[in-house]
Design a protein. Structure first.
Lengths: 617, 228
């Protein structure tokens, strides 16, 4: 492919590509995202491809291996267009049937259709599924239209139109004005207005400026950036190009974590393709704008998601944050003005430029505009990537889209925004997903990770988990984060192991407050959030642990005992056989007894008991 | 030629040299801001966080370390508010609970108003103030020691744990280390750690004029920038 030297050449190429795609009568979209990949989607893809060539359909049917569709719980997923037919949980053995029945004869295979859990009816099309129906998939739906590794697909789907529009007719200052008017706020965690950031960077005097895409997503249970970058890397690149044009940068970096090998690979392919097409390099599309992107791989430090630590890491230094009294838009990478945005923020840019700021600003709430991708995980029916309009109540996301708790349990809380976010109880579920309202409630939108917890989760134990994570991932530079988090963990461990004292709660609160005010970087400042929110909303649970030495959820091992209900025990000997510690004794058809001295509280007996006779007290 | 800016520290308008930090300026003008990791001739790390101040920006107060904050025209800084004193005391408490076996740290805890320690003592040998690392790197350009590891595992060590040839054993690191002088009563054995508090008399003048440097003996103990 030769370089594109003008806007007309780009349009010409696009028309040619579209013509080529119109020859196909059917498109089969198979999800190759991380969730489906784990459900062995690669084998399905290979089987379908083999079957298509065996039945000589390759010239009529277009097989599209795309990025994440979102409904990871039901993967591997397949959507067939035209018709929007949705198949789920496909196995490689289904390939023959799908090709010969659905693709050739047009018959729908009932068994692969999704069943609505409420009405128990089979649903044919993707659009009718409740999980998708309530979403506004502005970014994620674009994942489905393109092959992640093909710039041609992206161009045919209308890609790089926004870049051409900016280069042809929008001056940098106007572009910044447009972004400011759209009300877009950073999607990485802080929620800083993107337009303002760009404006400040544009104004900073310097001969050299940089743009960076932060794809160092490290929150436990969050993978929205991964979904976007793996599925549609060109969208992110296009956003970066527009940003670079606006602030006056000639060089960009994508900082992507090494643990996302597919994201690294797809970004690398995308950058190479863009260079080949002349969309990166000197005089892009014949204009005066020159820009290039390099990929920097992160070594797996959570702290490198913090902007200054990330920049130090790109420079080849130890990834540690530095004080931000002078902002990175003035003094950033290599001490030059730098605009750093999250993957999702960059991905929103082309849409705003194409459709206008008023289109974007029409969605969402007063202070938070547009849509937000959330990674819905935890004890919930429909896990996956969800994209909703800002301002959607948490309840809608958890119950209507997420389908509620598994196994008919009660949902107790949701942790929003990863380890630095906070746990919100079920009575706060009417709060909308909104930057300002959630921070007021002590939590934050953050990067958008949502971990749902049910009645069997102990909030103290959850807090302990997050503190352990944060203590491991603290860089250790400043005292409050290194020692403060460690001391909080020490107190929480005391509480979960039955050594808690009432006065420790006040100390915990005071310490959490100290850490949040004095830590050096954003991660340290938000590290006490799990403690602060659980103390605020789940104080009775803390008090039960301390005063009554009981864990209401039955999780903290030091505070629980397993007990066999004599009325329910049938003496089937199952628990006796599975107990590896020999703690259960009893004869056949007689009530069994647990020796609490020997019991290690592993819970295997309880999960194996068919009569629900073993209880935690 | 030196350029000057006017900054307001605790209500006093100070004519400060542009490019200096708020901490240096305050100490120079006799305003006491306790600090540990700051050494006047080394770069600032912002590790101990004891020198926190309130920086007023558009009527909004930011808590930040004064050692890493450079003076700017019209800046309003408050070093000794109730909020700052409380935060500083909590930080000093964390510090002394971590390493009670150092006179410098005992002194600074006393100076910051720690009267009881609510955490179990740990008898550690290093508080990661980074003075040694910076003097080795910046003054002697030897880079013989550095920080190794992350989070709880962070410690100061030679490259790969072996003393390199370019360490000339000059001893500067030891000289600057706040851990090298034990409390006056001698080393505390594990299990017997306590808050020393013997120099409380030093605070009598300081209590009456909080926020002013009274050349206390405590400052000498923790290597206050004013004594250098």
């Amino acid at each position: 492919m030769s370089r594109l030297n003008s806007f007309r050449e780009l349009e010409h190429l696009r028309e040619g590509l579209r013509e080529r795609l119109e020859k196909y009568t059917t498109t089969v979209m198979l999800c190759g995202g991380p969730g489906c990949h784990a459900a062995r989607s690669q084998a399905v893809i290979d089987a379908i491809r083999k079957e298509l060539s065996a039945q000589r359909l390759t010239s009529e049917v277009r097989l599209l291996v795309t990025g994440c569709h979102g409904f990871c719980e039901e993967g591997p997923l397949m959507v067939i267009e035209p018709g929007n037919l949705f198949y789920h949980r496909i196995s490689p053995d289904d390939a023959f049937e799908i090709v010969s029945q659905t693709l050739v004869k047009g018959k729908v295979i009932e068994r692969l259709l999704y069943t609505d859990p409420i009405s128990c009816k089979k649903i044919q099309t993707e659009a009718e599924i409740p999980f998708y129906r309530l979403q506004d998939r502005e970014l994620l739906s674009q994942n489905r239209r393109v092959d992640s590794c093909s710039i041609e697909d992206y161009i045919a789907a209308g890609g790089y139109t926004a870049l051409a529009k900016v280069l042809q007719s929008i001056a940098p200052l106007e572009a910044i004005k447009e972004i400011k008017a759209s009300g877009l706020r950073g999607r990485g965690g802080g929620g800083f207005p993107t337009g303002r950031k760009w404006g400040e960077c544009q104004e900073a005097p310097s001969d050299e400026k940089y743009v960076i895409c932060n794809a160092d997503e490290g929150d436990p249970g969050a993978y929205m950036d991964r979904g976007v970058l793996e599925g549609n890397p060109h969208l992110v690149l296009e956003g970066m190009m527009i940003g670079a044009w606006a602030v006056g940068a000639r060089k960009g970096y994508v900082y992507v974590r090494h643990e996302y090998p597919i994201a690294v690979k797809h970004t690398r392919i995308a950058v190479e393709q863009a260079r080949e097409f002349g969309l990166l390099g000197n005089n892009i599309l014949g204009s005066s704008f020159s820009f290039d992107v390099d990929i920097a791989r992160g070594g797996g430090a959570f702290v490198c998601g913090e902007s200054t630590a990330l920049m130090a890491s790109v420079e080849g230094k130890v990834g540690e944050p530095r004080p931000k009294d002078v902002h990175t838009v003035v003094d950033g990478l290599y001490h030059k003005p730098t605009t750093l945005n999250n993957v999702e923020t960059w991905a929103n840019i082309p849409g705003i430029i194409l459709n206008g700021s008023s289109w974007f600003a029409s969605k969402g709430t007063q202070g938070s505009k547009g849509t937000k991708i959330l990674a819905l995980t935890g004890r919930i029916k429909n896990t996956g990537l969800v994209e909703v309009v800002m301002g959607t109540p948490i309840r809608t996301v958890v119950f209507d889209i997420g389908g509620g708790a598994v196994n008919g349990k009660q949902i107790k809380a949701v942790q929003i925004g990863g380890p630095s976010g906070g746990c919100l109880p079920v009575d706060k579920f009417d709060l909308p997903i909104d930057f300002d309202i959630l921070s007021e409630a002590g939590s934050m939108v953050g990067s958008g990770g949502m971990v749902v917890m049910d009645e069997e989760s102990c909030m103290i134990d959850v807090t302990k988990y997050f503190l352990t994570f944060l203590q491991d991932e603290s860089c250790g530079k400043c005292l409050p984060c290194r020692v403060g988090v460690d001391r909080m963990l020490e107190i929480i461990t005391d509480i979960t192991e039955g050594r808690g004292k009432p006065e420790q709660l006040d100390l915990l609160e005071e310490l959490a407050d100290t850490v949040s005010q004095t830590a050096l970087c954003g991660l340290g400042k938000t590290a006490p959030n799990p403690v602060l929110t659980t103390l605020r909303y789940f104080r009775p649970e803390y008090e039960a642990h301390i005063n009554e030495k009981k864990c209401p959820a039955g999780v903290c091992k030091a505070l629980i005992t397993y007990w066999i209900d004599p009325d329910k025990c049938t003496g089937c000997k199952v628990c006796l056989q599975v107990c590896t510690y020999g703690a259960i004794t009893g004869r056949k058809k007689q009530v069994h007894v647990i020796d609490t001295q020997l019991c290690q509280k592993c819970g295997i007996c309880r999960s194996e008991c068919k009569f629900d006779a073993i209880r935690v007290i | 030629m030196l350029k000057y800016v006017n900054v307001n520290i605790d209500g006093a308008i100070i004519h400060a040299i542009k490019g200096t930090s708020v901490l240096d300026t305050a100490i120079e003008y006799g305003i006491c801001i306790p600090h540990l990791c700051h050494v006047p001739y080394l770069s600032d790390l912002g590790a101990c966080r004891l020198c926190i101040v309130e920086h007023m920006v558009n009527g909004h107060s930011n808590v930040t370390t004064s050692c890493t904050l450079n003076v700017e025209e019209g800046m309003v800084i408050m070093t000794n508010t109730d909020k700052i004193r409380k935060l500083r005391r909590n930080l000093a408490e964390l510090l002394v609970a971590q390493a009670p076996n150092s006179r410098a740290i005992q002194d600074i805890a006393l100076r910051c108003g720690v009267r009881e320690v609510r955490y179990p003592f740990r008898n550690e040998d290093c508080v990661l103030c980074g003075r040694c690392v910076r003097v080795c790197t910046e003054v002697w350009k030897a880079r013989a020691i550095g920080f190794v590891g992350r989070g709880k595992n962070r410690h100061v060590d030679y490259p790969f744990g072996v003393r390199p040839e370019f360490c000339k054993q000059c001893g500067s690191c030891i000289q600057l280390c706040p851990m090298t002088i034990t409390p006056c009563d001698g080393p505390m054995k594990p299990g017997e750690e306590r808050l020393c508090g013997q120099c409380e008399s030093q605070l009598m003048i300081a209590d009456q004029t909080p926020g002013s440097c009274v050349w206390c003996k405590l400052g000498e103990g923790f290597g206050c920038g004013r004594y250098v």
